[in-house]
Design a protein around this ligand. Structure first.
Ligand code: NAG
Length: 256
C-alpha cells in the first residue's frame, strides 16, 4: 500500500454516527482515530461499514481518483487529510500533484497535508533522494512553501519514522500504525501486541500535541505486511474475517 499510490487521503469523521474508536478518542481531546485504505478496500462493503462507523478513514487514492474521493468524502460528511509521498516520485509528477492539490483545496476538503515523506535516515541525516541530490536540504523549504501556496489553511506535516520525541513543541500525528507479529501467531504474542497498542494509544493521550492516530489499514487481509514481510501477520485491529482482535481491545480499553 505504502509505495503503490502517489497520494493517500485521510478522511476524518466530524460527527458521532454509530462510530466507536473515533468518537472515543475525540472525547479524550484528540481529533481522530483513523485508518488507511485503498480503492479496493472502499469497494468492500463490509470494510466500508467499519470505515464509516468505527473510524475516521484514510483512503489511498491516486489523483485520477481524487474527485471520486472528494465526492465520497462529501457524501459521508468527512474531512480529507492528504499525504504526498514525494520521495517516491519523479519531480514532474510531484509538481502535477500540487496542481491537483489546488483543485482539491479549492473544494475546502483538505484538513492537512503530509508534505514530505521519510526524508531522514535513522541517524537524522538526509536520505539521498533525487530531491536531496539536486536541491540539497532546500527541497524541504521548497516543498513546504509550494504546499502553503497551494493551500493557505491546511496543517503541513513532515511524515517520518524513528525520530520520535515528545518535546518538539509541534503537533504530532501517528500516521501509519501497525504492529506485525512473527508467525506462528500465539496467544502470548497477541497479548504482547495488545499491550504495545495500548502503550502507543496511551502515549498519544499523554502528549497534548498528539492530534490523532491512523492505522495502516483496517483488516489484516488488506495489510501491506502480508506482501512485504511473509514471515509475519496479524498487524491490525481487525482480522481477515473483519472480527476485532486483541489489538482492538487494547485500543478500546485505553480509550474507555
Ligand atoms: C502516560 O501517563 C501516565 C501518567 O503520568 C503514566 O503513568 C504512563 O506511564 C504514561 N504512559 C505512556 C505510554 O507514556
Amino acid at each position: 500500500m505504502k509505495s503503490i499510490s502517489p497520494v493517500t487521503l485521510l478522511l476524518l469523521a466530524p460527527s458521532v454516527v454509530m462510530a466507536l474508536l473515533d468518537p472515543k478518542i475525540k472525547a479524550k481531546g484528540k481529533m481522530y482515530f483513523g485508518s488507511c485504505a485503498d480503492p479496493n478496500t472502499l469497494a468492500d462493503e463490509n470494510l466500508q461499514t467499519i470505515l464509516k462507523t468505527e473510524l475516521a478513514s484514510r483512503e489511498s487514492f491516486n489523483f485520477i481518483n481524487a474527485d471520486q474521493l472528494v465526492d465520497f468524502a462529501t457524501r459521508n460528511g468527512k474531512l480529507v487529510r492528504g499525504h504526498t509521498s514525494i520521495c517516491n516520485f519523479q519531480l514532474p509528477s510531484w509538481v502535477s500533484d500540487i496542481a491537483d492539490a489546488v483543485t482539491l483545496t479549492t473544494k475546502g476538503k483538505i484538513y492537512a497535508w503530509d508534505v514530505v515523506n521519510e526524508i531522514f535516515n535513522e541517524d537524522g541525516s538526509f536520505r539521498r533522494s533525487v530531491f536531496y541530490n539536486l536541491l540539497g536540504e532546500n527541497f524541504v523549504d521548497t516543498a513546504f512553501r509550494d504546499a502553503r501556496d497551494a493551500d493557505p489553511s491546511a496543517k503541513l506535516y513532515i511524515n517520518d519514522y524513528g525520530l520520535d520525541g515528545p518535546d518538539t513543541g509541534l503537533d504530532v500525528a501517528i500516521t501509519e500504525l501497525d504492529i506485525r507479529i512473527a508467525k506462528p501467531i500465539t496467544s502470548a504474542l497477541l497479548t504482547s501486541q495488545h499491550n504495545d497498542y495500548s502503550t502507543i494509544i496511551e502515549a498519544c493521550l499523554n502528549i497534548t500535541k498528539c492530534v490523532g492516530i491512523t492505522t495502516w489499514g483496517v483488516s489484516d487481509k488488506d495489510s501491506w505486511v502480508d506482501h512485504t514481510f511473509p514471515g509475519y501477520n496479524s498487524p491490525l485491529l481487525w482480522d481477515d474475517n473483519l472480527a476485532p482482535e486483541a489489538a482492538y481491545t487494547g485500543v478500546d480499553t485505553v480509550l474507555n
